[in-house]
Design a binder for this molecule. Structure first.
Ligand SMILES: [Cu+2]
Length: 176
């Protein structure tokens, strides 16, 4: 129920701002002070953005989010950038020789029309590589997502697992 409520709130907020946007292609992001872990760009709705807390010394972390495509055409998440780390990659997990391996998604992550691409601890994720600061629980980090068609949008990613999130140890997976 929590997910539905969040989506609904987000839809209402987006609807509220669209009247003032003028340019339909402009990103309708929330003011930085609002610290909302969701955003909208074009027909894409980003929600439930969160990252695993890590100390800078641990070098890497992982972020998750959901992208809902309310449009009639498919899009792709092609790149991610941000100030907290040197590099960001879209990864997927595959079982190889009995081990879970992470691999870079080449050519971007597809987001089919009318569906939701879910990045969660069981599969696809945003790999945050080369941390430049600690990711402390309860803080937010800004990520810029670039889509092939919808363009770019900033999303505030909450550090710390959401209540519904299962605990996991991502660090134990073999990298590439
Ligand atoms: Cu990864």
């Amino acid at each position: 129920m929590r997910i539905l409520t969040t989506a609904l709130t987000c839809a209402l907020m987006a609807a509220g701002t669209s009247a003032h946007a003028g340019d339909g292609k402009k990103n309708m992001q929330h003011k930085a002070g609002m610290k909302s872990a969701h955003a909208k760009v074009g027909m894409l709705m980003i929600s439930e953005a969160w990252a695993i807390p890590k100390a800078m010394a641990q070098k890497n972390s992982v972020a998750f989010l959901k992208i809902r495509n309310m449009g009639k055409t498919a899009d792709r998440l092609v790149s991610i950038s941000g100030k907290v780390a040197a590099k960001f990659e879209i990864h997927t997990m595959k079982k190889q020789n009995g081990h879970m391996m992470m691999m870079k998604v080449k050519g971007g992550l597809p987001i089919q029309a009318g569906s939701t691409a879910s990045l969660d601890p069981s599969g696809n994720h945003i790999m945050i590589m080369g941390l430049k600061k600690d990711l402390m629980k309860g803080t937010y980090l800004a990520l810029k997502l670039t889509f092939a068609k919808a363009g770019t949008v900033m999303v505030m990613v909450k550090v710390g697992a959401p209540k519904s999130g299962k605990p996991m140890n991502h660090g134990k997976h073999k990298h590439h």
